[in-house]
Design a protein around this ligand. Structure first.
Ligand code: UD1
Length: 421
C-alpha cells in the first residue's frame, strides 16, 4: 500500500491541466453497451475507477481499442448479456449503470445489488423505479437485481423522481433510448455529466431534449449509429485544485476548466475571498492570505456539490472566522472530520452539520484516507500544515484523481509517494 508524505507550507504557483470528468466517463462507457455500433470517447481520464469500468465492459465482450487511454473506441457489436458479478459491483457502485443499457438492448438485465458504502446507504430504488415506469418487471432475487422488459420491449412513460439523482437520471435516459413512444423524466438531475451523457447519446442517434433542465424528453428510436464524443472537463477536479491554490495562498491556472460548470462553487469561493476568473485556456484562481469563514450547504447541481464538501472543509479549517457546513446529499459524509482534527482543525459535528472554527495554522500528522474526496481534503490540509503530513491508503485518491501528487509537485508542492512500511 502506498502513502503520501507531504511537507507543508509551500505556495502553489503554475498551471494544472484538468482531465476529463470521471463521473461523465463512467456512464458514457457503460452506455456503449446500448449500441451495436462503435463509440469513440476522447478526453478519457486515466483512473482506477475507469479501469474497473473497462474491465466490466470486457466481461460483456465489448472490444476496447486505443490509440491511447485518452482516446478509446468501445465496440459492443458482439456484446453478450450476462450478470454483473458482485465482486465488480462491490468495488465500484457506478457498475449499476449497466442496468439501463443492458435492459434497453437485450430486454433483460441482472446486476448484483451494490452493497452499502462508506458514505451512506446509497440505495438504487430510484434506478429501479425508472425502469418500472418504462414497463420493466423489476425484482430482487438473492441479492441480484433482475429487470425484464415485456415482449415487444420497453415503452415510453413518465418517470417522476422524488428527489434528483444523478445515477437514476442516467439510468432513465439510457433505458428510454429505444422505448416505444415518448418518455418524460421529471425532477431530473441537471448536472453537466447528465448533459454530457445526453449529448453523446444524441450523437449516437438518440432523440433527447431538455438535458440540463428538470424535465427531459426522450423519443424512442429503433437504431443507433457510430459516434465520437469528447468528455467534459472534471469540475470536481477543477474545484479541488481551486481550493488547493486557495489554501496555500497560491495562484493556479486550471487549463480546460469551465467556470460555468462550477455552479455555486464560484460564488462560494468568492465569498471566501478567493479570486476566480475565466481565461482563454480555462480558469485562474488566486488565494489572498487566509480565506474568510463561509457557510455552505451541499445540494444537487447547481448547488454546492457534496463531492467538494470535504475539500472546502479543509480550506475553512484555516479560515479567518467560523463556517457552518451542512451535508444534505449523503448521510455519513464527514469521515474526514476526525482526520482533519488530527491536523489541528477545530470542527464540531452535530448531525448533518459541521461547525468549523478557523485556526491560524494546522500541524502535520499521520492521517488515514477513507474515501475519495475525504482523502484529497487531507492532502489539501497537508499542503498548508506545518511540518510533515503522512496520508495513508492513497489508493482512494487514485480512483478519482489522475496524477494528483505529480500535478501538485509541478506547481511547487513537496510531496513524495512511498510504499507504506
Ligand atoms: C453521483 C456521483 C457522486 C456524487 C453524487 C452526488 C457518479 C459516478 N457519482 O453518484 O460522485 O457524489 O452523484 O452528486 O456520477 N438516492 C436514492 N435512491 C437511488 C439513488 C440515489 O435514494 O436510487 C439518493 C442517494 O442516497 C443520495 C442522493 O439520492 O442521497 C443523490 O445520489 P445520486 O445523485 O444518485 O448519486 P450517484 O449517482 O450515486
Amino acid at each position: 500500500m502506498e502513502r503520501l508524505v507531504i511537507e507543508g507550507g509551500h505556495r502553489l504557483e503554475g498551471t494544472v491541466q484538468i482531465c476529463g470528468a470521471k463521473n461523465a466517463a463512467l456512464p458514457l462507457i457503460a452506455a456503449s453497451l446500448l449500441s451495436d455500433r462503435p463509440v469513440t470517447l476522447t478526453n478519457v481520464p486515466e483512473l482506477a475507477d475507469i479501469r474497473s469500468m473497462l474491465t466490466l465492459m470486457e466481461h460483456y465482450g465489448v472490444a476496447v481499442k486505443g490509440p491511447s487511454h485518452a482516446v478509446m473506441t468501445l465496440d459492443a457489436g458482439a456484446a453478450v448479456n450476462k450478470e454483473a458479478p458482485y465482486d465488480m459491483v462491490r468495488r465500484m457502485r457506478a457498475s449499476v449503470l449497466v442496468l439501463g443499457p443492458l435492459l434497453a438492448r437485450f430486454g433483460h438485465a441482472r446486476v448484483s445489488q451494490p452493497g452499502g458504502c462508506a458514505i451512506g446507504a446509497r440505495p438504487v430504488d430510484l434506478h429501479l423505479k425508472a425502469l418500472a415506469a418504462l414497463g420493466a418487471t423489476v425484482s430482487l432475487d438473492g441479492g441480484t437485481i433482475d429487470a425484464r422488459a415485456p415482449d415487444g420491449g420497453l415503452t415510453g412513460g413518465r418517470i417522476v423522481f422524488g428527489s434528483p439523482s444523478v445515477g437514476a437520471t442516467e439510468t432513465a435516459l439510457v433505458a428510454a433510448v429505444f422505448a416505444r413512444g415518448e418518455t418524460e423524466i421529471l425532477n431530473a438531475a441537471r448536472d453537466p455529466e447528465v448533459c454530457d451523457l445526453a449529448a453523446c447519446l444524441v450523437a449516437m442517434g438518440a432523440a433527447i431534449e431538455g438535458a440540463g433542465t428538470h424535465r427531459i424528453l426522450v423519443r424512442g428510436v429503433t437504431g443507433l449509429k457510430p459516434a465520437r464524443h469528447e468528455i467534459i472537463p472534471d469540475r470536481i477536479e477543477a474545484g479541488t485544485y481551486a481550493m488547493a491554490a486557495a489554501i496555500t495562498g497560491g495562484h493556479l491556472e486550471l487549463t480546460g476548466a469551465r467556470l460555468e460548470h462550477l455552479g455555486a462553487v464560484g460564488a462560494v469561493l468568492e465569498a471566501a475571498d478567493v479570486q476566480l476568473w475565466p481565461t482563454d485556456r480555462g480558469l485562474m484562481v488566486s488565494g489572498t492570505g487566509r480565506p474568510r469563514g463561509t457557510d455552505i450547504t451541499t445540494e444537487p447541481y447547481p448547488g454546492f456539490p457534496t463531492d467538494l464538501q470535504a475539500q472546502f472543509m479543509a480550506l475553512m479549517a484555516i479560515a479567518d472566522g467560523a463556517s457552518m457546513i451542512r451535508e444534505t446529499v449523503f448521510e455519513n459524509r464527514f469521515m474526514h472530520v476526525p482526520e482533519l482534527s488530527r491536523l489541528g482543525a477545530n470542527v464540531t459535528l452535530q448531525g448533518t452539520s459541521a461547525l468549523v472554527r478557523g485556526v491560524p495554522r494546522l500541524k502535520g500528522a499521520q492521517v488515514m484516507a477513507t474515501d475519495l474526496r475525504a482523502s484529497v481534503s487531507l492532502v489539501l490540509a497537508g499542503l498548508v500544515a506545518e511540518g510533515e503530513t503522512i496520508v495513508n491508503r492513497v489508493y482512494h485518491l487514485d480512483r478519482g484523481y489522475e496524477a494528483l501528487d505529480r500535478k501538485l509537485v509541478r506547481c511547487g508542492a513537496r510531496i513524495r509517494r512511498e510504499a507504506a512500511p
